[in-house]
Design a protein around this ligand. Structure first.
Ligand code: HEC
Ligand code: HEC
Ligand code: HEC
Ligand code: HEC
Ligand code: HEC
Length: 458
């Protein structure tokens, strides 16, 4: 029995005993009356097993649960690592996600008058900051009625007020009943905040004034000038796919290309490509399809959904090899522009082996294996940086107490990084498209425009 029901039972028996006690005040009981006539037989109930079997069969819930083992929603470790963190768990933990949906928690930023800084309102409460991502993260009505309406009934398909904009922009992907909005609620970037105000960065202002200064290379204390302080971890968060797909989330510099979206944005949905071929075990291609949520290695969905009439394979030039090669080259070209005196601003990391630390989830997407972090010295968080980068930039400010005297002395010999608005915006755009992972498949037109215009601006 669920604890909640047990508590309800306790309350009920307490309530009943109160009624019994209150009888004491009344007078003595009268004689018992005659027994009434028997009631009519009720109609036969449904066999409970029958409704269970709508879902609990080898071909349905059992199979889906097995597929789900191959999903990073299930085997990823972030839900465990971030448990208790009210700001991270709305996207990383089941109970937190359900909490922000149910309570319609706003993605606004609010000024705290006592500190004079803005705070991010998009957070759960401590008692709901936990839970591995599981079936009821997305299907919050499981066992609500034990009837067919419980599934797939999704937790939310509402338009997504974007946290990175403090709620000033909304994503609404309408295909397939808005089911993509469920994915985007989590697969959207986190806000990039202004170090001076705590509010979200003004991407429009940055794009309009490329020569403006973001960071002057001097870390005043207290900070009165730096809108950002570059560090190894100055980055756009991993979940960029949803924003890129919707054609939002970049610093849109004016340039040779206009900003527009690919066809997928309006005609396709996340599930079209990520949950295809889900009828049975034999339809799983490797570890993709169905409730594995992986699109990688599964191009059958391009045709199965009735979208592309000719079969698309991994050797198709028009729809696969060429567009991806073009985006890869643009990422490589932009990285080349993001250098100072031959030193990369972006961090190189070819390491995909967790045991060696500093795993690069995006290794192979660029020629130099950038991981979207910055090449700013950090001997503690980024232990392998010195192995893969010829040189790095100085960490400016008071070095963390965990650094050794030798590390502090070495840091002092490194060149200082400054950032213009153009460099900062281009870094964001690089991180956004790299971490989207699809090399243009999600939204080719938008990806190409962001990268091309960033290159032109530098
Ligand atoms: C509409 C579909 C559906 C129906 C109908 C349904 N279930 Fe479930 N049930 C699920 C799903 C989905 C899960 C979650 C599976 C998982 O976590 O791997 C589940 C999980 C369970 C579990 C595991 C414990 C838990 O709560 O996670 C039990 C036990 C269970 N169901 C029993 C039943 C019984 C008994 C019935 C019929 C009275 C029934 N279910 C009807 C979909 C259904
Ligand atoms: C509750 C938030 C949430 C929802 C809703 C959600 N995801 Fe995720 N998704 C995540 C998180 C968090 C991860 C990474 C988990 C980890 O690494 O621990 C992830 C991982 C993934 C991955 C694997 C990425 C990789 O790097 O290997 C894919 C693909 C994916 N999700 C697709 C989807 C699709 C498609 C939907 C909608 C049907 C969806 N997700 C809905 C939060 C969510
Ligand atoms: C707005 C939603 C959102 C918030 C808030 C969020 N994340 Fe994430 N995070 C994601 C998604 C989505 C992914 C997976 C993206 C992918 O793989 O494409 C992810 C991936 C990660 C990963 C990589 C996991 C891996 O597979 O290696 C880590 C680590 C992580 N997040 C930590 C955090 C921390 C720490 C916080 C809070 C400071 C946080 N996240 C807040 C959405 C979010
Ligand atoms: C990240 C979100 C997400 C998670 C987690 C998730 N589902 Fe789903 N599920 C969906 C979406 C979206 C659909 C609708 C797919 C469609 O319409 O084609 C769906 C459809 C279904 C369906 C009906 C379609 C079918 O294939 O029969 C069942 C049953 C189901 N899910 C069971 C489960 C079970 C069991 C789990 C846990 C093991 C689970 N789901 C976890 C998103 C999710
Ligand atoms: C037109 C097909 C298509 C649609 C629609 C689509 N994706 Fe993808 N997505 C892909 C492909 C293909 C890849 C993997 C590319 C590869 O094989 O390297 C991918 C990769 C991803 C990844 C990274 C997975 C990984 O293995 O690291 C995430 C996360 C993701 N997509 C989320 C989404 C979300 C969220 C949506 C909806 C807003 C979406 N996708 C819509 C085709 C699609």
């Amino acid at each position: 029995m669920k604890l909640k029901n047990f508590t309800q039972l306790l309350l009920l028996s307490f309530f009943l005993s109160c009624i019994a006690l209150s009888c004491v005040k009344e007078g003595p009981m009268g004689l018992t009356g005659d027994a009434g006539a028997n009631g009519k037989d009720g109609s036969s109930g449904k066999d409970a097993n029958e409704t269970c079997k709508m879902c609990h069969t080898p071909a349905k819930v059992d199979l889906i649960t097995t597929q789900f083992q191959l999903s990073k929603h299930e085997y990823g470790e972030a839900a465990f690592e971030e448990a208790g963190n009210t700001g991270c768990t709305p996207c990383h933990a089941q109970e937190a996600f359900k909490y922000v949906v149910k309570n319609n928690v706003k993605s606004t930023f609010t000024l705290n008058p006592s500190t004079g800084k803005y705070v991010n309102d998009y957070a759960t409460i401590e008692t709901a900051a936990y839970g591995d991502l599981g079936c009821s993260t997305c299907h919050s009505a499981i066992h609500a009625t034990y009837g067919s309406s419980d599934i797939p009934s999704l937790t939310t398909v509402a338009p997504v007020s974007m946290t990175m904009w403090g709620g000033k922009k909304t994503i609404d992907l309408k295909a397939d009943g808005g089911s993509s909005n469920l994915c985007v609620k989590c697969h959207q970037p986190r806000p990039f905040t202004n170090a001076l105000t705590g509010d979200v960065q003004d991407y429009v202002g940055i794009a309009a004034n490329p020569t403006g200064v973001m960071y002057d290379g001097i870390a005043e204390n207290p900070n009165t000038t730096d809108k950002v302080r570059p560090s190894y971890r100055m980055h756009t968060h991993y979940g960029t796919a949803g924003a890129v797909y919707a054609g939002m989330g970049g610093v849109e510099f004016a340039g040779p290309l206009p900003y527009s979206n690919g066809t997928h944005t309006t005609v396709a949905s996340c599930i079209d490509c990520h949950m295809g071929a889900k009828a049975g075990k034999s339809d799983l291609i490797g570890r993709a399809g169905g409730h594995t949520f992986f699109a990688k290695g599964n191009l059958t969905t391009c045709n199965a959904t009735g979208c592309h009439s000719t079969a698309i394979t991994a050797t198709n030039t028009t729809f696969w090899l060429n567009p991806r090669a073009e985006i890869k080259k643009l990422l490589d070209d932009l990285a080349k522009k993001l250098t100072v005196n031959g030193v990369d601003i972006l961090n190189r990391n070819p390491n995909t082996n967790e045991a060696l630390g500093g795993v690069n989830l995006w290794a192979g997407l660029t020629t130099n294996n950038y991981d979207g972090y910055l090449n700013v010295y950090d001997p503690v968080t980024n232990t392998s940086a010195q192995t893969y980068n010829a040189s790095s930039f100085k960490y400016v400010g008071t070095p963390p107490s965990s650094w050794s005297p030798a590390q502090i002395a070495y840091n002092a010999t490194l060149p200082t990084l400054t950032l213009s608005n153009a460099q900062f915006g281009a870094l964001i755009n690089f991180q956004l498209i790299l971490r989207d992972y699809s090399l243009g498949i999600h939204n080719f037109a938008y990806s190409k425009a962001l990268l091309t215009n960033s290159i032109a601006k530098l």
